[in-house]
Design a protein around this ligand. Structure first.
Ligand SMILES: [Zn+2]
Ligand SMILES: [Zn+2]
Length: 276
């Protein structure tokens, strides 16, 4: 029996479809032994997930996925194994939720200009009390018949230069790492290959991240092809980064990101869990 880690997942506390309890249950059924719940900019699901983890006898690592700005690009930093009651982290989530709320209102106003009514109210309804993300707008736009699929809806409405795009002044990479470190956690660059950075820029990002106290990069993600795992492995080795693994699970309909369905971490890397 192998030991299965999945250190990047979402629940209804942000844009996942399963409650924290159900997520833990499904992870346990899928054979995951150590799970991190890493909701976008919130720790609201962690307490319930910890209770469920005891029930299903798996280890739950406190996690979060923080949006930050680096060279005008939004980058996601996963924080792992921190104290969720730490004031710095709590204040960071309050601030980030304000930013998200402001963005959601602006997205609603912009979509109204192209004739789509009540997008904000509907995104809020779908978020059901969780952090409002573009995912919730996307669900509404599909429901409303404006687009057919997830990819379609982002391409047509929610990315740069499209009618529902609103840029956000997320906190800097430096601040973000400092907050995670301040709460005793480890910073990890989430899905490093999806930002469409040139090789030079990606090297600069990892280098700066390391200088600022970042410790790991995700080497194996739910959608990693073997060539991508090899590339990420080379970056981890070159910059002395530990390696993390995470499906980025949101719901069971996304075939490429299922709980615990991850490729093996290549040999010769330091797994991030050896750091805690
Ligand atoms: Zn992400
Ligand atoms: Zn994620």
């Amino acid at each position: 029996m192998s030991y299965v880690f999945d250190l990047h997942t979402h629940s209804t506390a942000s844009d996942g479809i399963l409650s924290p309890e159900m997520l833990v249950e499904k992870a346990s059924t899928a054979g995951v032994n150590t799970l991190a719940l890493t909701d976008h900019d919130t720790v609201a699901g962690l307490a319930a997930a910890q209770i469920a983890a005891k029930k299903y006898n798996i280890t739950l690592i406190n996690g979060i996925e923080l949006s930050c700005l680096w060279n005008n690009k939004t980058i996601h930093i996963v924080g792992l194994n921190f104290d969720p009651e730490n004031k710095t982290i709590i204040n960071a989530t309050i601030n980030l939720n304000h930013l998200r709320e402001e963005r959601a209102i602006k997205i609603g106003e912009k979509l109204k200009k192209v004739g789509i009514e009540n997008a904000y109210e509907n995104a809020k309804r779908i978020a059901a009390g969780g952090t409002v993300t573009r995912q919730h707008f996307s669900t509404f736009l599909i429901e409303n018949g404006n687009a057919k699929s997830q990819t379609d809806v982002f391409k047509r409405y929610l990315v740069n230069n499209k009618p529902g795009y609103v840029s956000v002044e997320w906190p800097s990479l430096e601040e973000t790492i400092a907050k995670i470190s301040g709460a005793g956690g480890i910073s990890v660059i989430a899905h490093p290959l999806i930002y469409k950075l040139t090789a030079t820029k990606l090297r600069n990002l990892i280098n700066e991240f390391k200088v600022l106290g970042g410790k790991a990069i995700e080497v194996v993600t739910g959608h990693s092809q073997s060539a991508e795992i090899e590339l990420a492995t080379n970056y981890a080795k070159r910059f002395g980064m530990a390696a993390s693994v995470g499906s980025d699970f949101h719901n069971e309909n996304i075939a490429w990101s299922q709980l615990g369905k991850l490729a093996e971490l290549p040999r010769g890397l330091t797994p991030v869990w050896e750091l805690w």
